[in-house]
Design a protein around this ligand. Structure first.
Ligand SMILES: O=P(O)(O)OC[C@H]1O[C@H](OP(=O)(O)OP(=O)(O)O)[C@H](O)[C@@H]1O
Ligand SMILES: O=C(O)c1cc(=O)[nH]c(=O)[nH]1
Length: 214
């Protein structure tokens, strides 16, 4: 079996230009409102068939290692998680649903799209965890419908202590193919960071709100 490492996946993201770094004068605003000097755009992965296949295979391998076939459903978070959830559910030949960040305001008014039944065991696919808030919102929506979420899988997480504590408090295991410390190490080893960038990114990993005015 072809097992890839966190470094391999981080390199894939770098190779397609998914990682952008900016100075303090042009910070990214994240879903949580956090102002960040870095943005990892996993949405670009869909344009690269070899890379998207490796990513789907990697997530599917982790799911199989954890649960074998003892789960009923792959759920994906809208929107960035949806394509990856679809490819993973295809590899594992499991049904799929996706979860909106909030209930739809027209049509059927659904938050969860696709067929499911209360009591089913679900593995959630998210593209990326920063604070973990979006994933937990989806977990709550699934649980409110009587589904049991076993674990969250993703491509990338920032490894913030606050995110780890939040998910641990909720008793929600998670795993991603690669993460921020691995990416930073790679960027440093490849000489792709100026000293100022390296310092800024290291500070940010210790305190993700360091550039955010409250
Ligand atoms: O862990 P969090 O702090 O919640 O941040 C991560 C979330 O933010 C991004 O989604 P975004 O809200 O940008 O929407 P999209 O998936 O529709 O692009 C990303 O795809 C995750 O879902
Ligand atoms: O937290 C976010 O909104 C976020 C961070 C990031 O690096 N990439 C992304 O797509 N969203």
């Amino acid at each position: 079996m072809d097992i890839k490492t966190g470094k391999d996946y981080a390199q894939m993201l770098l190779s397609i230009g998914a990682v952008s770094i900016r100075g303090e004068d042009a910070l990214f605003t994240w879903a949580s409102g956090i102002k960040s000097p870095i943005y990892c755009d996993n949405r670009l992965v869909i344009g690269y068939p070899d890379i998207r296949k490796s990513i789907a295979k990697g997530i599917a391998q982790k799911m199989t290692a954890d649960f074998g076939t003892a789960f009923d459903l792959v759920a994906a978070t809208a929107t960035a998680g949806i394509p990856h959830g679809a490819w993973v559910s295809d590899i594992l030949e499991k049904p799929m649903v996706y979860v909106r960040s909030s209930q739809k305001e027209h049509g059927k008014g659904n938050q969860i799209e696709g067929p499911y039944k209360a009591g089913q065991r679900v593995l959630l696919v998210e593209d990326l965890l920063s604070t973990g808030g979006s994933s937990l919102k989806c977990v709550e929506a699934l649980e409110a419908e009587g589904l049991e979420v076993l674990k969250i899988y993703g491509i990338f997480n920032y490894g913030f202590e606050s995110m780890k504590a939040r998910l641990a408090e909720r008793g929600m295991p998670y795993e991603t193919l690669t993460d921020y410390p691995t990416l930073l190490e790679l960027l440093r080893d490849q000489g792709k960071l100026t000293r100022e960038e390296a310092e800024r990114l290291a500070l940010f990993s210790e305190n993700p709100r360091i550039f955010t005015e409250d």
